[in-house]
Unconditional design. Structure first.
Length: 116
């Protein structure tokens, strides 16, 4: 489940063109003070020795801050509902699968071919 969380994070970070500084601010605002190396490790593949997993609780907090940044306030929602709210804000009909929706958001916002 945790690599699933990381995949959602990677797709949304690309979709919203979030740089390390933006992510650091979002993580800090969500109550987690992560170093730059820790933030980079969240983007790595599970095969990499420096890979760090994102716990569900942490991803929920990060998504809550991302929603607030987008002007959508939906505190306390499950990950699938948070990603669904982001998708709907982009004019996407949510599929119910947060990873699929996150990738669709990335495709709509960034275009082009993406290979995960």
């Amino acid at each position: 489940m945790t690599d699933y969380n990381n995949a959602i994070y990677r797709a949304l970070r690309a979709a919203y063109e979030l740089r390390s500084e933006d992510c650091a601010e979002l993580w800090t605002n969500s109550g987690f003070d992560l170093s730059n190396s820790k933030i980079r490790s969240l983007m790595l593949s599970p095969e990499n020795q420096d890979y760090s997993e994102i716990a569900t609780r942490r991803l929920k907090a990060f998504l809550r801050e991302l929603l607030n940044r987008q002007g959508l306030s939906v505190p306390g929602m499950a990950i699938d509902m948070q990603v669904c709210a982001l998708a709907e804000a982009e004019g996407i009909i949510p599929s119910g699968d947060p990873l699929r929706d996150a990738r669709e958001i990335r495709q709509v916002r960034r275009g082009g071919e993406w290979h995960d």
